[in-house]
Design a protein around this ligand. Sequence first.
Ligand SMILES: *Cc1c(COP(=O)(O)O)cnc(C)c1O
Length: 395
Amino acid sequence: MTAATWSERYAASLMNTFGPPKLTLVRGEGAHVWDSDGKEYVDLLGGIAVNTLGHAHPALVAAVTEQVSTLTHVSNFFTTPQQVELAERLLAVTAVDGADGRVFFCNSGAEANEGALKLTRLTGRTHVVAMEDAFHGRTMGALALTSKAAYRAPFEPLPGHVTWVPFSDTEALAAAVTDETAAVVIEPLQGEAGVNVAPSDFLVAAREITKRHGALLWLDEVQSGMGRTGSWLASHPSGVVPDIVTLAKGLGGGLPIGALIGFGRAATLFEPGNHGTTFGGNPLSCAAALAVLATIEEEGLLARAAVVGERLRAALREDPRVLEVRGVGVLVGLTLARDVAPAVVAAAQEAGWIINATGPDRIRLAPPLVVTDSDVDSFLALWPALLDDAMAADS
Ligand SMILES: *Cc1c(COP(=O)(O)O)cnc(C)c1O
């Protein structure tokens, strides 16, 4: 079956939420994927920061295969060793200064944030302060905290009482938070906005401001967490102890799993009956996440993410047609001198590389943590020609 035929069948059978698919993919290995016509691509987007271990990593394959043939789902009337072990491991790698935490498992980033928003309501307050350019997901509650007008407008009214402040603006944050504020929600690294990094001193100030007003500090690390930045959490270098952390994308290495972690008083706000989910915390997804955590440690992938990210950023900065390069670890964003990002992405795909445009002049790279030096070298060697192609097409 050719890619064109799959696209036609897609258009006739799937809702048009994402626009036409760019490729029909059939197989992957490491950072490489193949389409239905047999063409090979290097995947420098990693399923949008999901495929931490790349595609078909033997450790993930083994863990999932073993679990699916043993026990896949049991309902939340019961627990499984995989669920308990994953909660313990997650707390061990995310808690700062030995903070006491508890985990709620779910299936996606939006669902983790939806749960977190409900949790904040149990403080008895409803006001939430969110950042401009934030992305927290597409369900109604997560969308209420997502700033992009085009995403929000068709679905208003959304759950209310949200105040917006410019990303990383400490003064504006201090002015917005009151004794009636339930929570402040921040992505320590805004991925969908094109990779904007909050400076550590902003996170430290946010902790101080929320503490002063008795509000919760909620860090959305759905994209930035689980090792992608070279730390388990992007917020770790700041030393900040949050009340809430939300995780998803990279956690299951491709299997759908999200987590809402509460520390301190936020750990125990939910009581039986307050919240739930059918699939969340099933042993299959938990086994996958345990394999991801173990493999990150065994293969030294935190250090690897930091090194690869620095190499990419340093080299991409060299080209005068790149105005700015941002990011931490293998979450890399850059701004081009002209609005040709979609053309660069198209040229890359033609040449066998998967990258992503987050705006007319913004490119994002989020390769698997296992991407090889030789793939990185080849991409950097090709990069000037991609810009040549895109800019020639534009003039
Ligand atoms: C992707 C993302 C979400 C939403 O996750 P889904 O799994 O798509 O629901 C939420 N927050 C951030 C920071 C994200 O990058």
